[in-house]
Design a protein around this ligand. Structure first.
Ligand code: SF4
Length: 290
């Protein structure tokens, strides 16, 4: 897959084994910007000791409003070896984290699989979380069947024209729906143990954007009608303009209370009954947080 790269739906066709790079900018190596216990994820991932996040450098999407753009677009991070990546996973396990949370893993799936082989042989036992932007190919996801325990994709947009303008891909919704169906087929609804910790299943993230740009109605209809009304869904209110968002008038302000409440109501009207504990943040609280 790396020889004529088709690791993600962009299918750039470049030979990453010969040090060529495609839209995600990475060749045949893996880069990590940081790793450690993280307490800002959804409660079933965080528990008492945190989610063991590994932030991969670069991304297969080009979101103009990315909050982590220095990592995803500008390449902040260092090259790590197969052994190095495996020891990060084992270190997170030794720290007591409840899972290994692979953040933006899509473009480096082959390298993650390679490192996992080593980490599992050395005793890695934690659930694996695949935390992606939701632009994943079926071919690659099928390689992860039986390996990933928890899929946590975004569902960012339901309008391909908006997806193209804001994230640089033409077929986001179609690819995203197919990916979410495959993920749910593999792992089912989110299973949480008696301690409140997620063990397996699907968890969807949907970031509400100003002026309805995220197309919430179509997304919640899809989840309710084609996935499951028991889908664990985190509707997020924390959008705030950064990176190139100020160049787009409709993205140059935070989401307001009314837009967020409407998104929650749309999900509830569809019968989706596992909404993550939701909270609207006023612009002032957002400024204080970020
Ligand atoms: S993983 Fe990167 S190089 Fe491969 S198809 Fe996707 S964007 Fe292109």
């Amino acid at each position: 897959m790396l020889e004529a790269c088709c690791v993600c739906p962009r299918r750039c066709g470049v030979n990453r084994l010969a040090s060529e790079s495609g839209k995600c900018h990475i060749t045949n190596e893996v880069m990590v910007s940081s790793y450690g216990p993280h307490f800002g994820e959804e409660a079933p991932l965080v528990g008492r000791y945190g989610s063991g996040t590994i932030f991969f450098t670069y991304c297969n999407l080009r979101c103009v409003f990315c909050q982590n753009y220095s990592i995803s677009q500008l390449g902040e991070g260092v090259v790590v070896s197969r052994e190095g990546l495996a020891s990060m996973m084992l270190d997170l396990q030794a720290k007591g984290c409840h899972n290994i949370n692979l953040v933006s893993p899509t473009h480096v799936v082959p390298h993650i699989l390679d490192a996992l082989e080593l980490a599992v042989a050395k005793g890695l036992r934690l659930p694996l979380v695949y935390n992606s932007g939701g632009y994943d190919s079926l071919e690659t996801l099928k390689l992860l069947d039986g390996i990933v325990d928890i899929y946590m994709p975004d569902m960012k947009y339901s309008d391909d024209k908006i997806a193209e303008q804001l994230s640089g891909v033409k077929d986001y919704f179609e690819a995203n729906r197919a990916a979410v169906k495959e993920m749910h087929h593999q792992v089912g609804d989110l299973e949480i143990d008696e301690h409140g910790i997620a063990q397996s299943g699907l968890l969807i993230r949907h970031l509400v954007l100003p002026y309805g740009l995220a197309g919430t109605r179509e997304i919640v209809c899809f989840l309710a009608q084609e996935i499951s009304i028991n889908t664990y869904l985190n509707i997020m209110a924390q959008y705030h303009p950064c990176y190139k968002a100020f160049d787009i008038p409709k993205l140059s302000r935070p989401v307001n209370q009314q837009e967020f409440s409407e998104a929650i109501e749309l999900a509830q009207k569809q019968g989706l009954n596992r909404l993550d504990k939701y909270q609207f943040m006023s612009p002032l609280r957002l400024i204080l947080k970020y």
